[in-house]
Ligand binder design. Structure first.
Ligand code: PMP
Length: 363
């Protein structure tokens, strides 16, 4: 390749070119140590300083108050699907219990995993609408004795996103923000826990961000493995075991990049513009369609179908040849998906729309 592709992968996903170049330039000699960041001790002063800066930058970007701890863990969002019930479910008034808003495959996975640890209550589901919408708030059956309400802020596979933090009558909320972290402004105080992997909007896979209100730690079930116990991780600066140092370093470069873009407020504007461009094209097309309720369309994962599905293979082959890569939808959903996270430039979405328009004309 003599140029980079426009990569629409859902995660691991495209990273800013400047971030990759900086990592490349520091690969053999980081901070004058004559070694890369991944070859030095996580307890050395250079890495510890980097670590503090990474936390500081994330705190700044998201506006995370001191009353919240930031944990940088391993095991991904799926790991937290087990860790969250083990750390929080015991707060249920009549035994371990949690409520779930199931709006797609990821929140469904969270719900199923939690069943291992206590009563998982299905408060709402859009399964019958093939996860193309969010059930009306008035229909949710929220419990009064559950420890928390779990929701997935952005369903990566269906392309369904909550436009804001759901209203749950003062109950404790837990949010899976794996695929929209740092893509839009949020009020951190509205949830007790926010979690997600870095591999979509931040950096490479390997590090999982868990933001926990401090008073929610220390309630874990006795069976909780030490590495999944938030209070034990917090007490050791998430270094109970060896942390994923390279992923943390790369996440740090990602945070610096986002700060240089003007932070979350600025990137949100760009994300809105990119999503609007693609959805308004889809809406006027006679070949393509998006099937998600308009108010809940994801700004990050734009799903679409070709009305004539016999054209799918040609669409994928030709888009790929044009350098517009990884547009095949998740196998559970079918169709196509363009993931347009923070690092996808507007030009990438413009190029995609141009290609799609041309393909439609020729079809
Ligand atoms: N939640 C959502 C919304 C996701 O998109 C993903 C990964 N695609 C996960 C959870 C699982 O995350 P991980 O692969 O980091 O375990």
């Amino acid at each position: 390749f003599d140029r980079r592709i426009f990569n629409f992968a859902a995660g691991p996903a495209a990273l800013p070119e400047v971030v990759l170049k900086q990592a490349a330039s520091e690969m053999l000699n980081w901070q004058g140590l004559g070694a890369s960041v991944m070859e030095v001790s996580h307890r050395g002063k250079e890495f510890m300083a980097l670590y503090e800066e990474v936390l500081h930058d994330l705190r700044t970007l998201m506006g995370i108050p001191d009353s919240y701890e930031i944990l940088l863990l391993q095991g991904g969002g799926l790991g937290q699907n087990a860790a969250i019930p083990m750390n929080l479910m015991a707060l249920g008034k009549n035994g371990p219990k949690a409520d779930f808003l199931v709006t797609g495959i990821w929140s469904e996975k969270s719900y199923k995993e939690a069943e291992k640890y206590g009563a998982a209550h299905l408060a709402a589901t859009s399964a019958l609408e093939i996860f193309n919408t969010i059930p009306d708030e008035a229909s949710w059956s929220l419990s009064d004795d559950a420890a928390y309400v779990h929701y997935c802020a952005n369903e990566t596979i269906g392309g369904v996103e909550f436009p804001g933090v759901p209203e749950v009558g003062g109950r404790l909320l837990v949010a899976d923000i794996s695929s929209n972290i740092l893509s839009r402004e949020i009020d951190v105080t509205k949830c007790g826990v926010w979690f997600g992997g870095a591999q979509k909007n931040i950096g490479p896979s390997g590090v999982t961000i868990v933001i926990v209100r401090k008073d929610l730690m220390g309630h874990s079930m006795s069976i909780t493995p030490s590495i999944w116990d938030w209070s034990k991780q917090a007490a050791t600066q998430s270094m109970l075991n060896t942390p994923p140092t390279f992923s943390i370093y790369m996440a740090g470069l990602g945070f610096k990049w986002l700060l240089a873009q003007g932070g979350v407020q600025a990137i949100e504007k760009q994300n809105q513009e990119k999503a609007n461009l693609l959805y308004s094209f889809l809406d006027q097309s006679s070949l393509y369609e998006n099937r998600v309720t308009k108010a809940y369309r994801s700004r990050m994962n734009v799903t679409f179908f070709l009305k004539d599905e016999s054209l799918n293979a040609a669409f994928l082959a030709q888009s790929n040849a044009a350098g517009l890569v990884a547009l095949r939808g998740h196998k559970a959903a079918g169709g196509m998906r363009a993931s347009i996270y923070n690092a996808m430039p507007l030009e990438g979405v413009q190029a995609l729309v141009e290609f799609m328009r041309d393909f439609e004309r020729r079809a």
